[in-house]
Write a protein that binds this ligand. Sequence first.
Ligand SMILES: Nc1ncnc2c1ncn2[C@@H]1O[C@H](COP(=O)(O)OP(=O)(O)OP(=O)(O)O)[C@@H](O)[C@H]1O
Length: 383
Amino acid sequence: MPQVQLSAVRFDYPDPAPTASGLLSGIDLDIDDGQYVCLVGNSGSGKSTLLRLIAGLLRPDAGIIRIGGVDVDGVPPHRRDVAMVFQGDALYPHLSVARQLSVGRAQTNVRDSTRLSDIVRSTRIEGLLDRFADGLSGGELKRVGLAKALIRNAGVRLLDEPLSGIDASHRQSLADILIEVHQRGGGVTLHVTHDGQEAVRVADSIAVLHDGRIVQRDNPEVLLDKPEHRATCRLLTPWGLNEFAFTPASKSRSNQIQLSKLPDQDMNTAPTVCILPQAVSVECIESSSTPANVPATLQRVGGDRWAIVGNLVRRASNRFTVSLPIHTHDRSDEAGTKALLRFTVADHDGSMKSAEPGRTVRMVFADDAVHFFDADGWRQDVH
Ligand SMILES: Nc1ncnc2c1ncn2[C@@H]1O[C@H](COP(=O)(O)OP(=O)(O)OP(=O)(O)O)[C@@H](O)[C@H]1O
């Protein structure tokens, strides 16, 4: 039996006026005991709202939330088996960290000091106990907030952006703390973030929230290999993802796909292709074969690969930036624009070593680096 189960949960805030489809428009999510799940979604997609619904701080408009198999409708937050770490947890500025933790103790009736010192150790705040909240760094505040939440020995930990605002060098150690806390504490962790790469690092399983629904839920490897929705592709490959609108191939020229760029908002309602930044190979070709000013075309080669031709703009180590002549549907730029394609390639044989900007290059991508999505954003197989 799932430890946390959401069935057809709907919610919209009454003010401002609810939207036609609703902020959360039918959430189904099962989390088994022992699972560390990340919920990823863009800013404003409703991630924190979903945590608040599970914690009992908000009530769904429709649907059922079960914790430990029990429908918790009407059960107040303190009676749910849940501990929540809020974004920017509020601590009392005039109390020492030790005192803040004891406030938590009194409220939750935890008298077991061995457990308390265990929490202090696992969140690595031993050296902070006599400090005051005002003087703590962002990362230290996060760790104290986590410790406060853990004092409540709950079966479900809800973490709202626990790593945001932490510099890169401390993120990894705080991520390790979260995983360790999960493993020691057992139960369920539901961690929300807008950072897909953070989710890939920490989660056993990732749920992608988009347009009020979970559009894909699986382990990180499956999501990276086979994104079922372009939201998955965008969220899990945020940096260096090359995305174009495409014109579906006609039957007679089914091995060629014409690419174009649309204004940002239209990229959400057109068929698009996402080309991951890793290319399988790149080679210089004779410039006479450059289709100058011919719109960029993705071409099927060898049955299981795609190729595209462009001009080398920049080379930095094994990272290449290539420009493509491309159709634009933006009226402000009737003449067409050049899209930039960025990718990284291992130049094993050194054949690109002397490649100068301006050279015409052909890039060849494996099938699994090229993902097609229909106008609604769902995966589409293009043969
Ligand atoms: N109390 C509220 N009343 C009205 N609207 C709200 C309220 N709280 C949040 N919202 C709106 O609901 C939407 C979802 O907010 P929510 O905080 O759940 O998103 P999120 O995915 O967690 O975003 P972020 O990643 O930026 O924290 C946002 O448009 C937000 O402005």
